[in-house]
Design a protein around this ligand. Structure first.
Ligand SMILES: Cc1ncc(COP(=O)(O)O)c(C=O)c1O
Length: 498
């Protein structure tokens, strides 16, 4: 096995080099249909569709020599073994449906119906969906959000220990690390603790596929001792969108079962461009990861100093230098307004919340990207005439908004099942009421304001006055409520009392 190899990408090129005629799927025949459009009266569509040409040329399927993702023994097996070696796993599975499918498969590996698992509150919705598919029970750890920023999400060992003691039947612990904002938890000591109970630690490292490739980046979850790790290689490394990896180490997870779950959940026609882009992403880390990270991190460090010394903007401290959480210290521009101002100048950012804009750079970012940001921030500062004297005046609001989250305790076990999603179709048991009338009622849905993306209400939990106040504040400040029955948060689904 040589890390200089690119088995999957090379196999695609070898195949194309034979100028093969296709008598198999996909029906686009390596994009040949495009040439049938050429010269027709639809030249405008043809010109636009041409963008697919290069991509469709390598969009092949499992024909001879190209292996089978679900039973790999050739180039896919080699590419996965190289990835395992690169990331420090015993087994690596390529994912063609994002970290979403990795999270689903991990939950379905460790949980049978009725089994219990311990989770952090800030898990991605794919984890919740996995619990629904599995019919599993979950206990959510207390949420520890830093009230001054609203970003940090700590999992304290002491809380985890309490949960592990109280629920010895737990099949696994599932945590998110890092969070969206590039903040991390002390995964190494958490892994040690979880292993004392001889259960696996599963980590959703969707936002940390680049961890460990440079000393200025946090250690990867695998290096910290996690047993199952899901990474969105497409988010912070260079794979195509949806290209992700699931890594397994040690013997606490049943690898055969993981494989079986993945073959249930992943397409039987996986995308070769996505898989080959995973192969290439691994190769790039080996050959250029450190050097490119070094260059971009140096640029980012200089940028942060400039922002701090010469602008009215601020940047929160975090653990991942590639995630820049910027805010207007004068309070003149909300996070959304700063986003709009940047986008009006051609700088599209990752996301915004009421206070902050999240700027995401990666190994592929360039000096010019940073220069463009500098130029535009200078201009925005002038155009909006940000007033220095107002600096830091607006943060009091935020602290009170987050006060509620800090009070969330270890939850009771919540039993997930697929029919929960159909609560509104079950008028015998549930009903929709105005939020202010829901105090004292039992929630029939999970309510997750984004930001900060932490479930405030779980199905079965009592809706308190504090929760109603908090949810109203979140809604007023522009938070989104994905998957809530009423995404405007005027009303909430509750269980009818008998
Ligand atoms: C923490 C976390 N986990 C998992 C996912 C799903 O990742 P993917 O988009 O690769 O399916 C996301 C998506 O943003 C996420 O934020």
């Amino acid at each position: 096995m040589r890390q200089s190899d690119l088995p999957l990408l090379e196999a695609l090129h070898r195949y194309k080099g034979q100028a093969p005629s296709s008598y198999h799927v996909p029906g686009h025949k390596s994009g040949v249909f495009l040439s049938k459009l050429e010269g027709t009266s639809d030249s405008v569509v043809y010109d636009k569709a041409l963008i697919f040409k290069t991509l469709l040329n390598i969009d092949i399927t499992e024909i001879t020599g190209l292996d089978d993702l679900h039973e790999p023994s050739g180039v896919i097996a080699e590419a996965q073994a190289l990835a395992a070696d690169c990331f420090g796993a015993d087994h690596t599975f390529f994912l063609v449906n994002g970290s979403t499918v990795g999270n689903l498969s991990l939950i379905l590996t460790v949980c049978e119906p009725g089994d219990l698992i311990i989770l952090s509150r800030n898990v991605h919705k794919s984890v919740i969906h996995g619990l629904m598919l599995a019919g599993a029970k979950a206990v959510f750890l207390p949420a520890n959000v830093d009230a001054s920023t609203g970003f940090s999400y700590e999992v304290y060992s002491q809380h985890l220990k309490e949960a592990l003691e109280q629920y010895p039947q737990a099949k696994a612990v599932f945590l998110t690390n890092p969070n969206y904002y590039g903040l991390t938890i002390d995964l190494e000591s958490i892994a040690q603790l979880v292993h004392e109970y001889n259960i696996p630690l599963l980590v959703d490292e969707a936002h940390g596929a680049h961890f460990g490739i440079h000393p200025k980046l946090p250690k990867s979850a695998l290096a910290c001792g996690a047993d199952g790790v899901v990474q969105s290689t497409h988010k912070m490394l260079t794979a195509m969108t949806m290209g992700s990896m699931l890594h397994i180490q040690g013997a606490r997870l049943d690898v055969t079962l993981v494989k079986q779950r993945l073959s249930m959940l992943q397409s039987s026609s996986p995308s070769y461009p996505i898989m080959a882009s995973l192969d290439l992403a691994r190769w790039l880390i080996i050959h250029y990861g450190y050097a490119w990270a070094e260059d971009v991190i140096n640029e980012i460090e200089a940028f942060k100093i400039w922002v701090k010394d010469e602008t009215h903007f601020g940047i929160w401290d975090n653990d991942d230098p590639f995630k820049i959480m910027m805010f207007d210290r004068t309070g003149s521009l909300s996070g959304y307004e700063l986003q709009q101002a940047l986008e009006a100048r051609g700088c599209y950012i990752e996301m915004a919340d009421p206070e902050n804009t999240l700027i995401l750079l990666s190994l592929a970012s360039t000096k010019q990207d940073i220069e463009k940001l500098v130029e535009n921030l200078k201009e925005i500062q002038l155009v909006f005439r940000l007033k220095e004297q107002e600096i830091e005046a607006h943060f009091t609001n935020k602290v009170s908004r987050l006060e509620y989250i800090k009070q969330l305790k270890l939850s009771k076990p919540v039993h997930f099942h697929l029919s929960q999603w159909k609560g509104h179709k079950n008028p015998d048991q549930t009903t929709l009421v105005l939020l202010e009338n829901a105090i004292g009622e039992c929630s029939a849905e999970m309510i997750i304001p984004y930001p900060p993306g932490i479930p405030v209400l779980l199905s079965g939990e009592t809706i308190t006055k504090e929760i109603v106040v908090y949810l109203k504040k979140c809604a007023d400040m522009g938070a989104r409520f994905q998957d809530a029955y009423d995404s405007s948060m005027q009303s909430v689904l509750i269980y009818k009392s008998n």
